[in-house]
Design a protein around this ligand. Structure first.
Ligand SMILES: Nc1ncnc2c1ncn2[C@@H]1O[C@H](COP(=O)(O)OP(=O)(O)O)[C@@H](O)[C@H]1O
Ligand SMILES: [Mg+2]
Length: 279
């Protein structure tokens, strides 16, 4: 669905302009219906990768292609829609605006969507992320971090994306709220057939969510492997350090999610993970 071919990004500023690029020749693909985990320390280029994928910034080298999924061939749009879920839920909405106004904004550019359709779509996505539509009449300051994170996901869903990029989307939340957000994303992945790119420095998040793991180190892709293989046998020196530094919550995991409980339709999820991991 998404293919990055030798993608580089060099910023002109002094921060990285004189030295190494923020991203350096990254080649990676996202398969239809896949959850791809992107792991890397702070400054490794994860957010730069996210902004390039959604088109907020242009690469300085290489190319990015967005191919529509096969199921929509002939009938669907010429390119897929990719939406970004931002890191900080409190920074994602204008504090002076009611949430309804913030959610309406991305739809206003589409003339053919009537006001009625707009409010209908907004109500639908808000319910899809398991929130009460009454929340839309509040200001961001009157909501919890978890509620705002759900609303950032709802806003991303408004434009019916095929791919959602979640850049540290749950890292600002407490553990239980974070877990609920991850399970919501897993459910959306299943219900909508949404492909996800989960960006995180948190190995547990990556292990819980991903079919494959990509490791960024100083802007370069140093490892790309099925999640089970990655945690059992990380190959690159930096990956070994990352895995060794993690607290072993589940000794000897053979798959990313096999010892987790309470997630939506576990057997279906696992089947899918296994299929993708071994293909
Ligand atoms: N707009 C920018 N201008 C200059 N340098 C940047 C910019 N954005 C990111 N960088 C640099 O690129 C590198 C990667 O940053 P980033 O993609 O934010 O990493 P991560 O999300 O993994 O923490 C860092 O060295 C950072 O300072
Ligand atoms: Mg970042």
């Amino acid at each position: 669905m998404l293919a990055l071919d030798g993608v580089s990004k060099r910023f002109p500023s002094t921060r990285s302009g004189g030295g190494r690029p923020a991203l350096d020749g990254v080649s990676i693909d996202l398969r239809e219906g896949e959850i791809l985990g992107v792991l890397g320390q702070s400054g490794s280029g994860k957010s730069t990768l996210a902004r390039l994928i959604v088109g907020l910034e242009a690469p300085t080298g290489g190319s990015i292609t967005r191919t529509p999924p096969t199921t929509k061939a002939g009938t669907g749009p010429a390119a897929i829609t990719v939406q970004l879920v931002f890191q900080e839920p409190y920074d994602s909405f204008d504090p002076r605006m009611k949430l309804r106004t913030s959610l309406e904004a991305p739809l206003l550019q589409y003339r053919h969507i009537t006001a009625e359709e707009r409010s209908e779509r907004i109500r639908d996505v808000v319910q899809e992320v398991e929130l009460d539509p009454a929340l839309l009449d509040r200001y961001p300051g009157q909501c919890s971090g978890g509620q705002l994170q759900r609303l950032t996901i709802a806003r991303a869903l408004l434009l019916k994306p095929e791919v959602l990029i979640c850049d540290e989307a749950s890292s600002a939340l407490d553990a239980l709220t974070q877990r609920k957000i991850l399970d919501l994303l897993l459910r959306l992945h299943q219900d909508r057939g949404l492909s996800l790119v989960m960006i995180s420095h948190d190995l547990d998040v990556i292990r819980y969510m991903s079919h494959r793991v990509a490791v960024l180190y100083q802007g370069a892709l140093v490892e790309l492997a099925p999640t089970g293989d990655f945690f059992a046998n990380p190959r690159h020196e930096h990956s070994k350090q990352l895995v060794a530094a993690a607290v072993p919550l589940h000794p000897g995991p053979s798959s990313g999610r096999d010892s987790e409980t309470n997630r939506p339709q576990p057997s279906a999820m696992l089947n899918r993970a296994d299929t993708l991991a071994t293909s």
